[in-house]
Ligand binder design. Structure first.
Ligand SMILES: NC(=O)c1ccc[n+]([C@@H]2O[C@H](COP(=O)([O-])OP(=O)(O)OC[C@H]3O[C@@H](n4cnc5c(N)ncnc54)[C@H](O)[C@@H]3O)[C@@H](O)[C@H]2O)c1
Length: 409
């Protein structure tokens, strides 16, 4: 199979961007043959674009079960609201159809186990589309970390700080899943963008594992304040009770001795950052000022006057850019989010067509997605530590002492 007939479940903003902005112009190995949205106008709009581009009659439905048909698709991509991700993936895998899902958190520990068991029992391909694992900075640092340049890594930071007050508050008009999640839950509801690359760097599920977490949430004021200030259609939310704290801080302990600190916040006026940071015994990277500090290049006393070197990340790219990114730059960067989407979705096609092993497998997916469910429990208990399951059931131990590879390449 060279070309993948893809069924797309969910025809919202992300889906349209991927199909029209990435697959159609840049990934001819993907052919979208089926589209589905619970709102028929959204499905119809994407169908018409696919009909015109691929010159075929794209199957169009409001019931995702109808997409799970091997006569229509070779693989399914789930780009719907978070609540549907795991149920649709599990149904696809049980139908023998490879499945990939866009990112989001899980709702319970059990559904993560269900996902793991379904992949293990069916043997059907599954991939989590965590595009940030292909971020140039994240890959640069993973490459440098795996080369030992930061020494022994002791701490990593990550965040999903993104001002989504308008998107969330528009949830009724846009039928957007974030609003109901913010009204009803209090957790790190979007942990994979920041945690995913950190886990790849720390070898989680390969020769390391996440042990416990503790999460604390601030009160929720952002949405109410925004609604009052913005007025108009937003006014109705000014007295809405919102469960989701504006900032959720999560600290994770790893079996390898490291700590990970994650900050989540989508309801305050703040600049976007994933706050990626890597701190080791011989150096560090911090996205806060995009700087790399290595003892091989400087003495520790230089750290006192490090400001002159803020922004020096670019200087390390020529030498340490990950080979995947070197090739991508040579071939021509494509796709949104600075090229991460192009790399992630090309990897999906390579995986489905048997060219590469799964870059982000079910153990990674379960480990990263479960953080939402576990942080919800910890927040509810005032920051109590909560154990993080080992979804590999001990298989991570087999990697101990072996060279750490990023995507199993
Ligand atoms: N990787 C990234 O950088 C990135 C960026 C944006 C969004 N996303 C992810 O993409 C997904 C979609 O996000 P979005 O911004 O497009 O949201 P959206 O609300 O615009 O689109 C989601 C669509 O799914 C549809 N849907 C929901 N439940 C359904 C069901 N049961 N059956 C069929 N259709 C259903 C909705 O009607 C909606 O049209 C989310 O998981 C989000 O986290 C990822």
């Amino acid at each position: 199979m060279d070309t993948v007939r893809l069924g797309v479940v969910g025809c919202g903003a992300r889906s349209k961007g991927l199909v029209k902005g990435l697959f159609m112009p840049h990934i001819p190995r993907i052919r979208v043959t089926a589209v589905c949205d619970e709102f028929s106008d959204r499905a119809q709009e994407l169908k018409e674009a696919c009909d015109a581009h691929y010159n075929h009659d794209t199957f169009c439905t409001t019931d995702w079960r109808e997409v799970l048909d091997k006569n229509k698709v070779d693989a399914v991509l789930v780009v719907s609201g978070w609540e549907t991700h795991i149920p649709v993936v599990i149904a696809a895998l049980k139908a023998g159809i490879p499945a990939a899902t866009e990112v989001g958190g899980a709702y319970s520990v059990q559904q993560c186990w269900d996902l793991v068991h379904t992949v293990e029992e069916t043997g059907t391909k599954f991939m989590l589309m965590e595009n940030c694992c292909w971020g140039r900075t994240e890959m640069l640092c993973m490459n440098m970390a795996h080369m030992g340049l930061f020494g022994e890594i002791m701490h990593c930071t990550g965040a999903y700080l993104h001002d989504l007050r308008k998107e969330i508050s528009n949830g009724v008009e846009n039928h957007h899943y974030r609003l109901r999640n913010h009204v009803g839950r209090n957790c790190d509801n979007y942990p994979t963008h920041d945690l995913g690359p950190i886990c790849k760097l720390l070898g989680i599920n390969k020769d390391n594992k996440l042990l416990t977490l503790t999460s604390m949430a601030s009160e929720a004021r952002g949405i109410n304040t925004f609604s009052l200030d913005a007025g108009g259609i937003y006014e109705r939310l000014q007295y809405q009770r919102v469960a989701q704290g504006d900032i959720v801080n999560t600290t994770i302990k790893c079996a390898g001795g490291q700590t990970i600190s994650l900050t989540f916040g989508t309801t305050l006026p703040l600049p976007y950052t994933r706050d990626f940071g890597v701190y080791g015994t011989k150096g560090c990277y911090t996205n806060r000022n995009k700087s790399i500090f290595l003892l091989t290049d400087h003495t520790s006393r230089d750290g006192d006057k490090w400001q002159a070197n803020w922004g020096n990340e670019d200087q390390y790219r020529e030498k340490y850019d990950h080979p995947v990114w070197r090739k991508f730059l040579e071939d021509g960067v494509v796709g949104g989010h600075g090229g991460m989407d192009g790399l992630a979705y090309n990897a999906l096609v390579d995986y489905v067509t048997d060219l590469i092993p799964c870059p982000i497998d079910v153990y990674d997916a379960a480990t990263w997605m479960v953080i939402s469910a576990l942080s919800e429990q910890s927040v509810a208990m005032g920051g109590m530590p909560v154990p993080i399951p080992d979804f590999t059931n001990g298989k991570w131990l087999l990697g101990l002492g072996k060279e750490r590879k990023m995507f199993g390449e």
